[in-house]
Design a protein around this ligand. Sequence first.
Ligand code: AMP
Length: 215
Amino acid sequence: MVNLIFLGPPGAGKGTQSAYIMRDYNVVQISTGDMLRKAVKDGTELGKLAKQFMDEGKLVTDDLIIGIMKDRLAEDDCKNGFILDGFPRTVAQAEALGVMLKDQLQTDITHVISLEVADEAILERLTGRRSCPSCGKVYHVVYNPSKTGDTCEADGTALIQRDDDKEETIKKRLAVYHDTTALVKGTYKDSGKLFVVEGVGTPDEIYTQIKGILG
Ligand code: AMP
């Protein structure tokens, strides 16, 4: 069973590695960022509440995020295991998660992997990141360009840059990460489940290390 928390700054490669893990371990990926972006796109009440925080690179309130996670963890597909990508981001969220897992699923986290990358490298990665608004596939203008240029290889949709992948917003998101999210790591340090992986190298090289941890 894999119930994994993926920690690490925005752009560390959590999404890319999650796709590999999902393929090999039959677990679902739960990305609070993806859920919020969808809510914004769909114009839901949640989306309206979250948009301004997201555009400014700030965290959405704990109550809101804990609420959507509670609903998400109640869905059937979480029973076989999951990857949490982008949650928990505060100590309060980490504590609420522990309670939700115990009460709702009678389970616990099995692994916490902190994927660590220096700020300068993050800035380079995120300013070059492009994604397909239709299927979600992610590219990089230098390291992983689309074979079809400015459009998605898979479905031909014009690629976009996420609003929060602009340089100023990335700097804010990194500051938030260091101020708040990095503390989450501390809450797991004595759990025996925390593993640190340096997020440098090719995605395959990094995945080899992760597989070594997950077994
Ligand atoms: P991400 O795609 O994970 O980088 O998330 C994009 C944005 O969504 C973040 O900058 C936050 O504004 C918001 N967000 C995502 N997950 C959380 C969370 N667990 N707590 C608070 N805000 C979040």
